[in-house]
Design a protein around this ligand. Structure first.
Ligand code: SF4
Ligand code: SF4
Length: 60
């Protein structure tokens, strides 16, 4: 199963990953975005490409 992680040292909390992920892996928790449904990830890499600061890593 893919492993999804966010580097909070560089994340700018833009929420793009929340809206772009087709599987609802990310959740906007107000002060930050969390990975809440890693089990659902299909490794489409949409979030990796869309994150403006390359804060997301998906390891298959
Ligand atoms: S790789 Fe695709 S399915 Fe997985 S978290 Fe990113 S956007 Fe969602
Ligand atoms: S797209 Fe990148 S910078 Fe934006 S909230 Fe997600 S991880 Fe953070």
């Amino acid at each position: 199963m893919p492993e999804v992680s966010i580097d909070y040292d560089i994340c700018i909390d833009c929420k793009t990953c929340v809206s772009i992920c087709p599987m609802g892996v990310f959740k906007d928790e107000g002060d930050k975005v969390s990975v809440v449904a890693q089990d659902e990830c299909i490794a489409c890499m949409g979030c990796v490409g869309a994150c403006p600061v390359d804060a997301i890593t998906v390891v298959e």
